[in-house]
Design a protein around this ligand. Structure first.
Ligand SMILES: [Zn+2]
Length: 642
């Protein structure tokens, strides 16, 4: 029965596979020409090009009035189209925000509020809708956090081609492994468009450059050396320029709808936040939004009404005549541009959300931004008069004030329409206010970047400092445990990881790593308990399964060892460690005849594996075949000498 439970656990863990279908190539013979497009029944449908620039604050773009950066491509696009001065994102987190842009749904409606959470098939995306209308669809991403095979499952739905990262990257550098420079992203998009000339097209280009660490290439690294974030923006703008020039040369610019926005801004130290994700201040919610309509019918228009990133999808749908799905949280921007009345009035209320603090066990936040007032729902709520105090420095919240009460009533109305909130702690428990934890979060973020760049001593310093602020931070303890594990100090690693598991009993990775640290220090019963609990939380972990099998072998519990190896072989029947582990368990149980056939097959196909030959010798000896045993041992010894 128990064995069955292990097997079922594995079978029912969903596997998400990004499907990449290459669109059919057409019009190749005229590739590169700027005229003479073959007329098609859908010739009148405009191409749609969505450009998202990661971590782009509206107030750091030239056409938004910032003087310390040059963004000629964005400025020119704004001159050809409509610039929304008051556009806001609903989420300060990359994948959550992008899914909101592509579905027109609020984060708590689409449910992707953390990395790795799959987008439910019930929520239809822009790519799916446009593909149904006959569009050729492709997406080009600049960071692995939007990779649909790993951290953003489901984001590729509806795209004929989705430019994921290679799973087999050898490099330790961040370039190509976790991030692509904007010029590379754009080059991939241009090459795809060259091969898929028949429109209409929906192409999404994601430029990750302004996201930290700020490392623009030359000459931007030199020109902006004292403000590298702006240097990244200027570089991303150069990539936009390349892409726009390509579209013009291909003759598709004029009739295209081009949308540029940011997924969120950047704290840059405001409110103590260096990057983004933790808070819902305008530093991370206010983004640029530029819309060039087909034929640039509205060039140079500026709109000051408050709008949201959920309005982007409905705008694309109404501009292309695609029927909107039943569930949408935004509204087309076209009536604002045409200066007609809209249902929600000129200023559209923004509902902001972040569940990111939950990662560290802190309270999630909600915000309502309406008519120059912002309410932030937090353990210590905040209320700002955005006209008098645009930097949100003077918290006016008093629970009995009329303004606070009316904003709270409005927020309650919004929340009533949403699905139940994400887990925000046990009933009656108040989670810490992220405002009290921002230093810890900055340190954890810096430690993560240092680890990414293999600067382990820097990472250790950041983590130790984070633990001084917050001795019971499960994230800091886990990351420190991981560092010690890599450094080979298994006893120290086990201490940190044990504490992390006590604080976060649902963290399967910390439990696995604790098992690893204990196994490496020879604490078999401790390793067994940690690995069992990790596998209970996440049954499909192959490496945990194999390690637990080996721990049971050490404990001379052959029956349980065999269970684990058999479970692993159910997932991958050819796994060498699983096969040898199972044979060893059978030998331990004196089932030599049971072990022999697979060991013979194994050593036949892989005759240079001394461990397999040693096991084969034991099986022969157990069956009284002394000659065969000796021969296998000699072969093993010869290989071990080499
Ligand atoms: Zn982002």
């Amino acid at each position: 029965m128990r064995r069955l439970a292990i097997f079922l656990g594995i079978i029912f863990v969903p596997i998400f596979v990004g499907v990449m279908l290459l669109g059919t190539s057409a019009w190749g013979q005229t590739s590169g020409q700027t005229s003479g497009r073959r007329p098609s029944p859908r010739a009148s449908l405009p191409d749609v090009y969505l450009i998202t620039i990661d971590t782009l604050r509206a107030d750091h773009v030239g056409c938004y009035g910032y003087k310390q950066v040059e963004t000629p491509a964005l400025d020119a696009l704004a001159a050809d189209g409509v610039r929304f001065t008051q556009a806001f994102t609903h989420s300060p987190i990359t994948n959550t925000s992008h899914i909101t842009i592509l579905t027109g749904l609020l984060p708590s409606v689409h449910g992707v509020t953390d990395f790795g959470v799959p987008l439910s098939p019930q929520h239809v995306t822009a790519a799916e809708l446009l593909k149904k209308r006959g569009y050729q669809t492709a997406a080009f991403i600049g960071a692995v956090i939007l990779d649909s095979n790993t951290l953003a499952p489901g984001l590729d739905r509806g795209f004929d081609f989705y430019d994921n990262f290679s799973a087999k990257t050898e490099t330790k550098q961040r370039w190509g492994r976790v991030e692509r420079r904007g010029m590379e992203v754009v080059a991939h998009a241009e090459s795809w468009l060259d091969k898929h000339r028949t429109g209409p097209h929906f192409v999404w280009v994601h430029l990750y450059d302004p996201h930290d660490p700020y490392e623009p290439p030359p000459p931007f690294s030199e020109k902006y050396k004292d403000h590298l974030y702006d240097g990244e923006i200027a570089y991303a703008d150069a990539a936009v320029a390349h892409w726009i020039a390509f579209l013009k040369k291909a003759g598709v610019y004029d009739n295209a709808i081009i949308i540029v926005t940011g997924d969120h801004g950047e704290g840059l130290g405001e409110h103590g936040e260096e990057t983004h994700g933790l808070f819902l201040y305008d530093s991370t919610l206010h983004v640029p939004l530029i819309l060039k309509t087909a034929e640039a019918a509205h060039h140079g228009t500026m709109i000051d009404s408050q709008v949201r990133t959920t309005d982007i999808l409905p705008t694309i749908l109404s501009a292309t005549g695609v029927a909107a799905p039943a569930e949408l949280n935004g509204e087309s921007l076209l009536p604002l541009i045409e200066q007609t009345n809209t249902a929600q009035g000129p200023n559209r209320t923004l509902f902001g959300e972040t569940d990111y603090p939950l990662r560290w066990g802190w309270a999630p936040l909600r915000a309502l931004r309406a008519e120059n007032t912002k309410l932030i729902e937090a353990p210590r709520p905040e209320l700002y008069d955005l006209q008098a105090d645009p930097k949100e420095l003077k918290n006016l919240y008093a629970s009995d004030s009329g303004k606070a009460q009316s904003m709270k009533a409005e927020m309650a109305k919004w929340k009533a329409k949403l699905p139940p909130q994400a887990n925000s702690g046990k009933p009656g428990e108040t989670l810490p206010d992220p405002k009290d934890k921002v230093e810890v979060q900055n340190l954890l973020h810096n430690a993560m970047l240092a680890s990414d760049d293999n600067r382990s001593s820097d990472a250790r310093q950041f983590l130790e400092k984070a633990l001084q602020f917050d001795p019971s931070s499960p994230t800091a303890l886990r990351q420190l445990g991981e560092l010690e594990l890599t450094a080979g100090d298994f006893a120290k690693a086990a201490v940190h990881l044990k504490r992390a598991c006590e604080l976060r009993p649902d963290d399967s990775t910390a439990a696995f790593e604790l098992g690893e640290a204990m196994e490496k220090s020879g604490n078999w019963p401790g390793a067994r308990d940690a690995l069992e609990s990790s596998l209970k939380l996440a049954p499909s972990q192959m490496s945990a399964r194999l390690l637990l099998g080996n721990v049971y072998l050490q404990l001379e519990d052959a029956k349980n060892a065999a269970d684990q190896f058999e479970a692993a072989l159910l997932v991958d029947s050819n796994n060498s460690d699983g096969r040898l582990g199972l044979a060893e368990a059978q030998i331990q149980e004196s089932d030599f005849a049971g072990a022999l056939p697979d060991l013979e097959a194994f050593t036949k196909s892989d005759p240079r594996n001394p461990a397999a030959l040693r096991l084969l010798a034991r099986a022969y000896r157990g069956l009284g075949k002394e000659q065969d045993a000796k021969r296998a041992e000699e072969q093993a010894a010869a290989l071990e000498k080499k």
